[in-house]
Ligand binder design. Structure first.
Ligand code: PLP
Length: 403
């Protein structure tokens, strides 16, 4: 069941039709959710927000009291996040960092670099030497680790344990650690290990992944007789688009992380979720423009579409939604209405891929009714192909902002 928060319902109904579609963000709901996540994380577990999930300034700012820092994955995100939440710790990750991006990060005093290759490590060392930074530059080596239990095959967005462009191959671990510990690069400091292996894992699988990452990192450290202070086990906590009221089991995950930190005194764990923090606070509200039969099925065409909310098209799901009936009908001719129980909700694009939800139970859906799509707070507007067909952009409303 999809449930709207009261401010979202109120705004979705009160906006004039020509102000739709609109993204509605409930910042109060976001703060409440972030606080509940934070409250179950034990000591020595830091929470960074992966900005790529949703970098809207209001979202970044609303999260600030609940996160220890932000993970950025490009020079663009770096400059943006540093401006919106200045003075907050940043971790700079992502493959293919350019010299200009690395230099910008050094200039900003970024605390941590998630280094993705030996070449990148050498480039960082070279640029850090040129910049003559006062303090050593913090490095976490990102590895593409295999996981023994097969968790990753179950994940759609797996980026570890198989050939991918992400991170260093585990076979390069000894060479990378040696470069950072044998005096070659005294101006770099190896802080720890990073591994973001997949998205869409439930709490049990996330814990299994975290455990194997930490075990692998500990044996690497033991082999080199060094102390590892930090292990970042990444993001990827699942969001279930088929069950919008369900949540990742944060209490179980927090309890499991506590067991890991207890077994490794002196180690700080870090997680960097994106989707599971912000997906729930965003809604895409629109109106039904037309309803029509087609070869035995029925379609409702809504204002907007996947050029604004690409998530269902990229992930291959039906975006959960709520219908808000609107009784006014301004025209003199009959109002288009769905005769069948199941209606497919499509957008305005001239492509059959522009479908937001298939065969939704929506008996009696009419042109002029409003539809609000839930779970649109992450990888939604910012991953969409806005300019395709040149329709107008949606409005953006941040509800419950603190002044
Ligand atoms: C995308 C990404 C994340 C966040 O993933 P979610 O699935 O949004 O939690 C975290 N770390 C890295 C390195 C990423 O690329």
């Amino acid at each position: 069941m999809t449930v709207l928060t009261p401010p979202v319902r109120e705004r979705a109904l009160s906006l004039p039709a020509q102000s739709l579609p609109a993204y509605l963000y409930d910042l109060r709901a976001l703060r409440r959710h972030a606080a509940s996540v934070r409250s179950v994380l034990p000591d020595r577990v830091e929470l960074y927000y992966a900005a790529k999930a949703n970098p809207e300034p209001e979202i970044l700012a609303a999260l600030a009291p609940y996160v220890d820092g932000y993970e950025v994955s490009s020079g663009g995100e770096l400059g943006h996040v540093a401006k919106i939440v200045p003075e907050r710790p940043l971790a700079f990750g992502g493959p293919g960092k350019t010299p200009a991006e690395i230099t910008a990060a050094l200039d900003l005093g970024v605390e941590r670099f998630h280094v993705e290759s030996l070449h990148e490590l050498r480039m960082l060392a070279d640029l850090a030497l040129l910049r003559a930074c006062a303090a050593p530059v913090g490095v976490l080596l990102r590895f593409n680790l295999p996981l023994a239990d097969g968790s990753l095959e179950a994940s759609a967005l797996s980026m570890g344990g198989r050939p991918t462009p992400f991170g260093l191959d585990p076979a390069q671990a000894d060479a990378a650690v040696r470069l950072l510990t044998d005096g070659t690069y005294p101006h770099l400091q190896l802080l720890g290990i990073h591994a973001h292996l997949a998205s869409g894992l439930d709490a049990a699988r996330q814990l299994a992944a975290a455990e194997s990452i930490v075990t692998w990192a500990a044996s690497l450290a033991a082999r080199h007789t060094i102390d590892l202070h930090e292990v970042n086990v990444g993001g990827g906590m699942t969001v279930d688009y088929a069950a919008p009221a369900a949540r990742f089991d944060w209490p179980a995950y927090g309890a499991g992380l506590a067991r890991i930190t207890a077994a490794h005194p002196g180690l700080t764990l870090r997680i960097e979720p994106g989707r599971s923090l912000t997906a729930y606070c965003g809604w895409y509200a629109t109106e039904v423009l037309d309803v029509k039969p087609s070869h035995g099925e029925e379609f409702a065409v809504v204002r907007g579409g996947t050029h604004h909310l690409r998530t269902p098209a990229t992930k291959g799901h039906d975006q959960p939604c709520v219908v808000l009936p609107v009784d006014e009908w301004p025209h003199s001719w009959p109002r288009p209405v769905a005769r069948q129980r199941l209606v497919t909700l499509a957008g305005q694009l001239c492509t059959p891929k522009d479908v937001l939800a298939r065969r939704v139970p929506a008996t009696g859906l009419r042109a002029g009714d409003r539809v609000v799509f839930a779970l649109a707070g992450a990888y939604a507007w910012n991953i969409s192909h806005h300019d395709f067909l040149m329709h107008p952009r949606p409005g953006f409303h941040f509800l419950g902002a603190r002044r």
